[in-house]
Design a protein around this ligand. Structure first.
Ligand code: 3PG
Ligand code: CO
Length: 554
């Protein structure tokens, strides 16, 4: 007797406009010169923090609180927005793949059996991010899969890697490639023809997202599938070292192919081959998955479309069922708050710029593209600047997002206006501290614009973040001291952090007596959905993580 109908909240009235603001990459940390949020002029966020603790607190945004394997796993946008939208903690891709590899179940599944058909006669290609970042992929999972696939009969294996430098330190790529080469060497000793075939930096090759720049995916296609790239090397370690010495960083290494003594690429993808994209995270695999799977495809000229057996590590899009074959089933993120609210008549507006657009729509809705009911929902994407690193444009589209949200609030057409403001994260990932300070200020200004509109219509605001990034830009030792590299320079932290994130509620529409309860000290992002449902005047479903608020004095 399941029902989408939510019970009325006993003490909180319906009908208030709620602004739900997610600051991307905005964690809480002690004041410090490498805390860009602290250094930046952020009067709006500061005033929320300095206000009454009944309306401001911290929530957990990393590790097991968001379904990651361990407390050493930093938060990320996928798991963060999944938790925010779904109101429950799901074992996430990283964890599901770990389990499937540990139990060996991965080799019994439909996906593996499908690709295995090629092992006797053809090549198995593995494409993915090479690092131990744990956000999109993990080296140890790739290593286990290489071993497992060869034990299950793969005779010829080609690896096409993307260097990281974004979820891990810049420059760490060399050691990861060396580790991979050692494993391949071991396989070769066992008679498997296993080699690296191509490479490139994740932000320049293959791993674009939300169709920001198909050129990125095309560069990967050319190198991985066609065996064509501007650079040719005999060794991948040499390739990465040389390209880095020429001034490219890990995130942006140009594409290269590995060639044999006759200058012939060692691993283009041909008819009859199997391909696995080894990333578990969805957003940056969706575009390449389309290129590998769709018969009809015109986002770029593939030149050659080999007849392959393709499987994702996971299925990346539950609505598109993309890809149709996969090694591990993704988390079943069902009954998200967005779907409930639509069924209960809540009209929703969601907006961000391209690079984070899917975060407040696709991730928010449990890795599902499209609307639940377009009569009740409007999703607006502001085109991001493409082809630049965001430290040169640190304000990004914060102002435009703020304006769109303001207009949506003032229009009276929506009950929930939800945005992601990307600056702290996207600029934080560049490692440019000065630019990140500018970014944080711009994000704060966008928040102000939205809070002003909420003030005007008598609404409610909820301001939070998906994980940390801009609040710590330096790699630290165990006691918190910045670490120096060989040259005495501080080691810049381009990645996310383990920090908690703030959440603030308020606005003239907040019912009297509503405040943060004190009995969920370990509350995390998954507790936000029930909180927001309450503020819309509904009780949350009983299996949602508990609400963060209570109503006193009734
Ligand atoms: C990326 O994909 O840009 C990073 O690996 C993670 O950043 P995000 O989780 O903030 O998107
Ligand atoms: Co990020």
């Amino acid at each position: 007797d399941f029902s989408w109908k939510l019970a009325d909240h006993p003490n909180i009235p319906k009908g208030k406009t709620i602004a739900l603001i997610v600051l991307d990459g905005w964690g809480e940390a002690s004041p410090d010169p490498y805390n860009c949020i602290h250094v930046a002029d952020t009067p709006t966020m500061d005033s929320l923090k300095k206000g009454n603790p009944d309306y401001w607190r911290l929530v957990r945004a990393h590790g097991t609180a968001v379904g990651l394997p361990t407390e050493d796993d930093m938060g990320n946008s996928e798991v963060g927005h999944n938790a925010l939208g779904a109101g429950r903690i799901f074992a996430q891709g990283a964890k599901l793949v770990d389990a499937a590899l540990a139990s060996g179940k991965i080799y019994d599944g439909e996906g593996f059996n499908y690709i295995k058909e090629c092992f006797e006669t053809n090549t198995l290609h593995l494409i993915g991010l090479l690092s131990d970042g744990g956000v999109h992929s993990r080296l140890d999972q790739l290593q286990l899969l290489l071993k497992g696939a060869s034990e299950k009969g793969a005779k010829r294996i080609r690896v096409h890697f993307l260097t990281d430098g974004r979820d891990v330190l810049d420059g760490s790529s060399v050691a990861f490639v060396e580790a991979l080469e050692q494993d391949l060497e071991q396989l070769r000793k066992k008679g498997v023809d296993a080699r690296i075939a191509s490479g490139g930096g994740r932000m320049y090759v293959t791993m674009d997202r939300y169709e920001n720049d198909w050129g990125v995916v095309k560069r990967g296609w050319d190198a991985q599938v066609l065996g064509e790239a501007p650079y040719k090397f005999k060794s991948a370690v040499e390739a990465v070292k040389k390209l880095r010495a020429d001034g490219h960083n890990d995130q942006y290494l140009p594409p290269f192919v590995i060639v044999d003594e006759n200058e012939k690429p060692v691993g283009p993808v041909v008819d009859g081959d199997a391909v696995v994209t080894v990333n578990f995270r969805a957003d940056r695999m969706t575009m390449v998955a389309k290129a590998l799977e769709y018969e009809n495809f015109d986002s770029f000229d593939r030149v050659r479309f080999p007849k392959i057996r393709y499987a994702g590590m996971l299925q990346y899009d539950g609505e598109l069922k993309l890809p149709s074959h996969y090694l591990v089933s993704p988390p079943e993120i069902d009954r998200t708050s967005g779907e409930y609210l639509v069924h209960n008549g809540i009209r929703t507006f969601a907006c961000s710029e391209t690079v984070k657009f899917g975060h407040v729509t696709f991730f928010w809705n449990g890795n599902r593209s499209g609307y639940f009911n377009s009569e009740f929902e409007e999703y607006v994407e502001i085109p991001s600047d493409s082809g630049i690193t965001f430290n040169v444009q640190p304000k990004m589209k914060a102002l435009e997002i703020g304006e769109k949200a303001r207009d949506a609030i003032l229009s009276g057409k929506f009950d929930q206006v939800r945005v992601n403001i990307p600056n702290g994260d996207m600029v934080g990932h560049t490692g440019d501290i000065e630019a990140t300070v500018v970014a944080c200020k711009a994000a704060d200004e966008a928040v102000k614009m939205i809070l002003d509109a909420i003030e005007q219509v008598g609404g409610i605001y909820v301001v939070t973040a998906d994980h940390g990034n801009a609040e710590d830009m330096v790699k630290r030792n165990k006691t918190g001291q910045p670490l120096l590299d060989k040259n005495g320079q501080i080691q810049i932290l381009t990645s996310h952090t383990l920090q908690p994130v703030p959440i603030a509620i308020g606005g003239p529409g907040l019912a009297p007596g509503v405040r943060f309860r004190k009995d969920v000290p370990d509350g995390g992002l998954a507790n936000v959905a029930a909180t927001v449902m309450n503020l819309h005047g509904f009780e949350a479903p009983s299996d949602y993580e508990p609400t963060l608020i209570e109503v006193v004095g009734n």
